[in-house]
Design a protein around this ligand. Sequence first.
Ligand code: GLU
Length: 304
Amino acid sequence: MDFEKILAEISDEIQPFFGEGKVANYIPALANVDPRKFGMALVTLDNELFEIGDSREKFSIQSISKVYSLCMALQQEDQALWKRVGLEPSGNPFNSLVQLEYEKGIPRNPFINAGALVVIDVLLNHLKNPKAEILDFVRMLAGVDDIYYDYAVAKSERETGFTNAALINFMRSHKNIHHPIDQILDVYYHQCSIAMSCVELANSLLFQANNGLERGSKKRILAANQAKRLNAIMLTCGFYDEAGEFAFRVGVPGKSGVGGGIVGVIPNELAIAVWSPELNNHGNSVLGIKALELFTKKTGLSIF
Ligand code: GLU
């Protein structure tokens, strides 16, 4: 398949959609990003890389980081984790307090904020230096060393993170949080602040297209069964309260973040990432979804 040509076509066809969304503005570091950025990269299982636009520019990965921490937690505690976090799409915004109250402090899934906070609580049972170990894990998956936290973003997230503080305190009152709240929030805000490019994101999730095996070294990141489940969670819960529509329009497992990034996985084929900072009302990249929709339509590659 001529991926180079397909990416070039997509890059032309998404142009009319600039201006339809709004850049995240809850912290200055995100609000100041150029809305006209657009990058896309895909890596095949044969290790071929195709890219276009701002595919090497780093941006704030935000909620995409929840995939990495969940993966690390699955490596440590698989069954036990699912007693504390659910597996259903939320159908509610990612920071909904109402839902958490109805469900007595058990978050719907690991990709809403409450769920991601429980995942970090689990990780703290196992990691000595969580922030360093999360960063090392992401670097190892992406195959590069120069991936860092953006401390200014982490600091702003903390200063504006009142809802996250409410969520975690509420879960604590239901005894679903065991470690100090400040410590968990600190790790959470740092993981959200990681800056990566589309090329790095696509490389980092290629193992999910390869049944849990890292390409090249053949190192096992997750058991095949766990990789299948992680893909299922991305498909059903990876796009806030727009997961159904993303599955309908694009048809691949993936995860988005309010920095405008989306990473998708086509099992046994490739991993793909796209970045465009303008978001729709659900917090997902307008051009990112459009680009991936065009990609699966043009290539016929999807899980359906
Ligand atoms: N860092 C943001 C928060 O916790 C959310 C990130 C995202 O959804 O991409 O509120």
